[in-house]
Design a protein around this ligand. Structure first.
Ligand SMILES: [Zn+2]
Length: 651
């Protein structure tokens, strides 16, 4: 079988060495705190995240007794120290990884605090952190299910001895990883070392237990690698980076593919197993490659990425087709009712961004964008307080597929997804801009103001746009003093006639795509380099670039190797994928049974009154009803639960 045309596997990446001699990503992101949303799609959602989702998730963590687990662990230590040798507590929640929901909520809330002072929120986090710190054992161990119930395992996933069950399901190192991400976020937001001190005490324990590289424990649910890389960045202590690498090197060969222990990481070529774990692993590999300067991980990363982008990616940017094991499927195994966990979308965006930082290529941010506007933001309701755990592309109106619920739910027994979505949304502006030497990359289009440091010159960047509903973007470029540098503006692959940077999906032949650019009002040459419109010149205050991306409604077809999309068509406009749900239609209908012939007439209509303000597609000439309204996929199930489909029949 001939392989399809896939993106170029990159082998020739040069890892950057900074002025201080420490290796890092060749492309450096402009921090999220340097960019502020001003209006539009992401501003509205980030505001709902700040005002609704974050307080709601904090309350859910408290109401579901996740914080009380820390109190019970502290109580057990206290009473045993006071002489009650057999005292222990029973956990109040279901899973031994429930500690991580508190950590992720702190991380998300800290990003909110970084952007906007909020004394009440800061005080609430301080109180949480005190309770967490009190649950840490004297040697640094922090894992409430064991500490509150030390004489025998409190859960079937936990072994009598620390760490030994981590390669399976104990999630001890998973808890550590999310703790580190939270500790770093809280320190950077507040300057306080309270939670960071807890992290470092825990990391010292990991160094004592694993630092000599003799004990091979492959983390069963990856994230500790990313967390350790962040600890290294904030402290400069190379032990944390070495530990991350030790955990990478502990994987494979010969273990289960469920959690990517089947091969050594450098020998892995395909995305397999649990999709969230996988995407966190690949993100961790990218971090270690960049920060250590060790290029051995790069060929594997390139191959795995190409496998996902060319064979395992949903049109919505979701990944992880199988509910069984929450896992990647085989090549082209993309059933319409596939799983697509919200956390897998978050982790894919994290990984895609890291691939961009390694290479400076737009194709990774094209996938980032597709996931962001579709299979990621679908995970939260328009109201901000109801959530999806899986994000299928078709739904029958009844199945309890949402972690036991039918339709969007306020919280879950396994509540990984809501705080994960929350932390990415709160720090989204960190994905907008990046710098490599005298090159300034623009990846995300949204009404915003920010400042990037380009080769020593502060450059103020002001975006005015109604993206993704309209294709016009005006970017004001205002260097503090006239400065020569190269501006690189991502031209999304959808504006170049391809929904994805591979042959996994394609637009109807002959449909127009297109874009144009002006500099200070004059049309400019449209040279593209690695997906970026590249303008090198001396920039001065008052300069402005205008981009115009044509936004026709595109009919999309799946690669013929995808069984689920044969004889079906989907519609998108710009980066937004559409679906039909039964709710809100003039006549009763079954979305999956709708036939949309090529002769159907489609019209985009802006509806500021609907679903928080969306552009819908009015479709005439379908069967068996005459007319349907398609809404953005992310907005489904906000008007009552009903059947939904993205892929519709086309004869
Ligand atoms: Zn999740």
């Amino acid at each position: 079988m001939n392989p399809p045309v896939v993106g170029v596997v990159f082998l020739g990446v040069f890892l950057a060495v900074g002025a201080a001699g420490a290796a890092d990503y060749p492309v450096r992101p402009v921090p999220f705190t340097a960019v502020r949303l001003t209006d539009g799609f992401w501003k509205e959602r980030q505001e709902i995240n700040r005002t609704v989702t974050v307080p709601f998730a904090l309350q859910q963590c408290e109401d579901s007794k996740r914080l009380q687990n820390f109190d019970l662990a502290a109580e057990t230590m206290r009473r045993r120290a006071a002489g009650e040798a057999h005292f222990q507590n029973q956990p109040l929640t279901i899973f031994p990884f429930d500690d991580t929901d508190a950590y992720k909520a702190i991380e998300g809330a800290s990003y909110v605090l970084s952007m906007q002072p909020d004394p009440a929120l800061a005080a609430r986090l301080d109180a949480w952190i005190a309770r967490i710190a009190a649950a840490q054992e004297p040697d640094g161990y922090l894992y409430t299910f064991r500490t509150m119930h030390p004489d025998s395992p409190a859960h079937k996933w936990i072994a009598q001895e620390r760490w030994v069950a981590d390669p399976q399901l104990s999630h001890e190192l998973y808890c550590a990883g999310h703790l580190y991400e939270a500790g770093v976020a809280h320190f950077e937001a507040t300057g306080q070392r309270t939670l960071l001190a807890v992290c470092l005490k825990n990391a010292e324990l990991l160094w004592r237990d694993f630092g000599d590289g003799q004990r091979r424990i492959a983390p069963g649910h990856e994230i500790v690698e990313i967390g350790l890389a962040k600890l290294y960045r904030v402290t400069g202590d190379r032990r944390w980076l070495q530990l991350a690498q030790i955990f990478l090197e502990a994987r494979g060969p010969g273990g289960p593919s469920y959690n990517q222990q089947h091969r050594r990481v450098v020998d892995q070529t395909e995305a397999v197993g649990h999709a969230v774990r996988a995407n966190y692993l690949y993100s961790g590999m990218a971090d270690v490659a960049a920060l250590s300067g060790d290029p051995r991980y790069l060929p594997a990363l390139g191959k795995i990425w190409d496998n996902v982008a060319a064979r395992k990616l949903y049109l919505t940017g979701g990944v992880g087709a199988r509910p069984d094991g929450e896992a990647y499927g085989d090549d082209y195994e993309l059933p319409n009712d596939g799983y697509n966990e919200t956390c897998a979308a978050v982790a894919l965006m994290m990984w895609a961004h890291r691939m961009f930082l390694l290479t400076g290529e737009a194709r990774f941010m094209d996938v980032f964008e597709r996931t962001g506007y579709n299979g990621f933001i679908s995970g939260v309701s328009v109201s901000g307080d109801r959530f999806f755990y899986p994000n299928p592309l078709a739904y029958d109106g009844q199945k309890k597929n949402n972690n036991g619920y039918a339709g969007r739910a306020p919280w879950f027994g396994c509540a990984c997804c809501p705080p994960n979505l929350m932390r990415l949304l709160a720090s989204l502006t960190g994905y907008f801009y990046a710098v490599r030497g005298d090159e300034l990359f623009v990846n995300v289009y949204a009404g915003s103001e920010g400042t990037a440091d380009v080769a020593g010159t502060p450059v103020r960047l002001v975006q005015t746009t109604a993206y993704p509903w309209r294709g016009g973007v005006k970017l004001g470029v205002e260097p503090a003093k006239p400065a020569r540098f190269t501006l690189k503006l991502r031209v999304p692959c959808w504006a170049q006639g391809r929904p994805v940077p591979t042959d996994l999906y394609a637009y109807d032949a002959g449909e127009p795509s297109g874009w144009s650019a002006k500099l200070n009002g004059e049309p400019i040459d449209s040279r593209l380099e690695n997906g970026y419109l590249t303008i090198e010149r001396e920039w001065r205050a008052g300069d402005a670039v205008e981009l115009e991306f044509a936004m026709p409604i595109h009919a999309v077809y799946g690669n013929p190797k995808i069984a689920a999309t044969l004889g079906r068509v989907a519609f998108e406009r710009g980066p937004v994928v559409y679906c039909v749900e039964s709710a809100g239609q003039a006549e009763p209908l079954t979305p999956e049974a709708l036939t949309v012939p090529a002769t159907a007439l489609l019209q985009a209509v802006n509806r500021p009154d609907l679903l928080g303000g969306v552009t819908v597609l009015e479709i005439e000439g379908v069967e068996p009803v005459a007319h349907v309204t398609a809404i953005p996929y992310f907005a489904w199930d906000n008007r009552g639960l009903s059947p939904m489909a993205v892929w519709l029949r086309r004869p």
